[in-house]
Design a protein around this ligand. Structure first.
Ligand code: NAD
Ligand code: TYD
Length: 344
């Protein structure tokens, strides 16, 4: 079995590649553009593995994608590659729309032409938009995305579905909640807060910090994707949630506690435009059909993640050098500070 993974040098893609290398005898081909978020240091353990091939390239490059898919004739494509960050999508939507929509189209076309028997599209709960409590999105919920990021993912989901309906391409779509764990780029909430806390820098909480996210440990997500790849039904969508909803402020407070840093590092800043208040989803379908369930509880997952960032100061220093600084200045430099905790 050969699997073509796109975006395998990123946070979740690299965890998936490491999982396949550890648990299967499959050949893994990793196509990645190595954007700011792609990092071969996430895969050093595999560099000499004869079952692993890295290809440096862009999923939007039609010629390259078609040549690679023709050459490898993979048994499955698992598509992670994306511009994955909401704040960046607000600052610069163009690469987000290009990669997430056009890149997905290019892959679908190659899969269609070469009749690839399995295409797993990795998507997000953000496509369902903000939900009032106690609603939990099932796979039938309407798509109401709010940011250029979530809109581009929703658009790519619809395109993927159309290839099933129109061309009978055997596709599957997964929609996961917020991931956390080792190797996550420190632009997303949890790794940014850990990295800043370890550095005694302010922890910037958007708005009142009462926005709710459902936290999923990255390895639980990867096991869910593998379950869908193995057992999912063609044309179906599967939610993958962590079953652990928390307001951001509580997550940030726990990071401060577990790193032993003072609450005075917490800083309320201007909210994100179009900020979704609450994501929540039901993973009942995946659990019923495959037996999957999340195994890592938030407390131990967060502790393990903090330990990993403590032990990988060099990794953090590398990814935070260069481009990261200008991004940080663009995203946080213009935000006003609120002196104290806003009233709920
Ligand atoms: P990431 O930003 O850490 O990694 C993205 C990877 O894609 C990088 O290695 C990057 O180099 C690569 N890439 C970007 N544009 C490319 C292009 N044009 N061609 C080839 N490679 C390209 O992202 P992540 O957090 O690992 O997310 C992976 C996938 O999972 C995304 O599709 C994302 O939408 C989805 N997802 C993420 C989360 C989350 O919490 N992070 C939750 C649900 C779904
Ligand atoms: P993020 O990790 O960017 O994921 P998403 O927006 O895709 O859910 O953000 C998670 C939550 O944390 C979201 O409500 C925004 C908030 N947040 C902050 O309050 N401060 C920050 O510096 C960041 C990056 C996020």
């Amino acid at each position: 079995m050969t699997v073509l993974v796109t975006g395998g040098a990123g946070f979740i893609g690299s965890a998936f590649v490491r999982m396949l290398a550890a648990q299967t005898d499959w050949r893994v081909v990793n196509l990645d553009k190595l954007t700011y978020a792609g990092n071969l240091e996430n895969l050093t353990a595999l560099a000499e593995n004869p079952l692993y091939r890295f290809v440096h390239g862009d999923i939007c490059d039609e010629r390259l994608v078609l040549a690679l898919v023709s050459e490898e004739k993979p048994d499955a494509i698992v598509h992670f590659a994306a511009e994955s960050h909401v704040d960046r999508s607000i600052l610069s939507p163009e690469p987000v729309v290009h990669t997430n929509l056009h890149g997905t189209f290019v892959l679908l076309e190659a899969a269609r032409r070469l009749r690839i028997p399995r295409f797993v599209h990795v998507s997000t709960d953000e496509v369902y938009g903000s939900l009032e409590a106690p609603l939990e999105a099932t796979e039938q919920f309407p798509l109401v995305p709010s940011s250029p990021y979530s809109a581009s993912k929703a658009g790519s989901d619809l395109l993927v579905r159309s290839y099933f309906v129109t061309y009978k391409l055997p596709v599957l779509i997964t929609r996961a909640s917020n991931n956390y764990g080792p190797y996550q780029f420190p632009e997303k909430l949890i790794p940014l807060m850990i990295a800043n806390a370890l550095d005694n820098k302010p922890l910037p909480v958007y708005g009142d910090g009462q926005q709710v996210r459902d936290w999923l440990y990255v390895e639980d997500h990867c096991r869910g994707i593998l379950a869908v790849l193995r057992q999912g039904r063609d044309g179906e969508i599967y939610n993958i949630g962590g079953n652990r909803s928390l307001p951001n402020l509580e997550v940030v407070r726990r990071v401060l506690e577990l790193t032993g840093k003072p609450a005075s590092l917490l800083q309320f800043v201007t909210d994100r435009p179009g900020h979704d208040r609450r994501y929540a989803l039901s993973s009942e379908k995946l659990m019923q059909e495959t037996g999957w369930r999340p195994l890592v509880d938030f407390e131990s997952g967060l502790t393990q993640t903090i330990d990993w960032y403590r032990d990988h100061a060099l990794w953090v220093a590398h990814v935070r050098s260069g481009e990261y600084r200008s991004y940080y200045e663009r995203n946080y430099g213009g935000r006003e500070l609120a002196a104290s905790e806003p009233r709920p």
